[in-house]
Write a protein that binds this ligand. Structure first.
Ligand code: SIN
Length: 233
């Protein structure tokens, strides 16, 4: 048995909760919808390499440990117990190649973690690798005002495309997983972005006038434990 109580097998699985849902890794042979627990998905990871630049970082999702998130003041003050996403099974002879590909794709502050994944069809849980931008990484922004965050996402762009396309693709990909896989944080930001677009097209809004949100007040400290102390203080 693995430390987390899931059976050890030769199988290698990756869980995606962001772009990995609609942009799979190369060489998977099974794609399974389902969820993990104990986390909250938030657009609190700055992206300098995919949906922004080092000068103007965009925002992408990361997972925050639920107990830590509960200690923060978040305007989106509820979050689903289940973080829906997709698990991919990677064949043994492709694991090294896929890991190398993802280590580069997820290089901007994400680190490797393992978590039990629950397939939507009710079959046994699977140990999955997951890339998470933890609160002690330099790209972690901490809580963001939802309207300022939506405006920031609306104007950001990077080598992988428009930041708002990432957001809207995530909303669509989540909706397609199951009738209960939506995430209110993602839907609220998507609705705000659609409203910005509507107003801009109607000539009611000059997006050039958007203030870039002040990066954040989140104090960077050396460990998550210390961070927790800082936030509670
Ligand atoms: C993921 O999809 O699992 C990681 C976050 C991202 O690349 O969007």
């Amino acid at each position: 048995m693995a430390a987390n109580g899931t059976p050890e097998t030769d199988e290698f699985w990756i869980f995606g909760y962001g772009s990995l849902i609609w942009k799979p890794p190369p060489h998977y042979d099974r794609r399974v919808p389902g969820w993990v627990t104990g986390y909250v998905r938030r657009f609190w990871q700055a992206s300098q390499d995919h949906r922004g630049t080092p000068e103007e970082p965009g925002r992408v999702v990361t997972l925050i440990e639920r107990s830590f998130w509960a200690s923060l003041a978040d305007a989106h003050d509820s979050a689903p117990e289940k973080v829906w996403g997709t698990a991919y099974r990677i064949k043994a002879d492709k694991v090294a190649e896929v890991k190398e590909y993802l280590d580069i794709r997820e290089i901007n502050g994400y680190t490797i973690h393992y978590t039990p994944f629950h397939p939507a069809d009710g079959s046994a849980s699977i140990r999955t690798l997951v890339y998470i931008g933890t609160p002690d990484n330099d790209q972690f922004t901490g809580p963001q005002d939802p309207q300022a965050l939506a405006e920031h996402i609306y104007v950001s762009e990077g080598p992988s495309g428009l930041n708002r396309d990432y957001l809207l693709s995530l909303e669509k990909a989540l909706d397609e997983l199951s009738p209960e896989s939506g995430d209110a944080h993602v839907t609220d930001l998507s609705n705000r972005v659609r409203e910005i677009e509507r107003k801009r097209r109607a000539g009611e809004l000059q997006v050039e006038g958007f203030e870039r949100p002040v990066s954040h007040e989140f104090k960077k400290v050396s460990s998550v434990d210390e961070q927790e102390e800082t936030e509670k203080a």
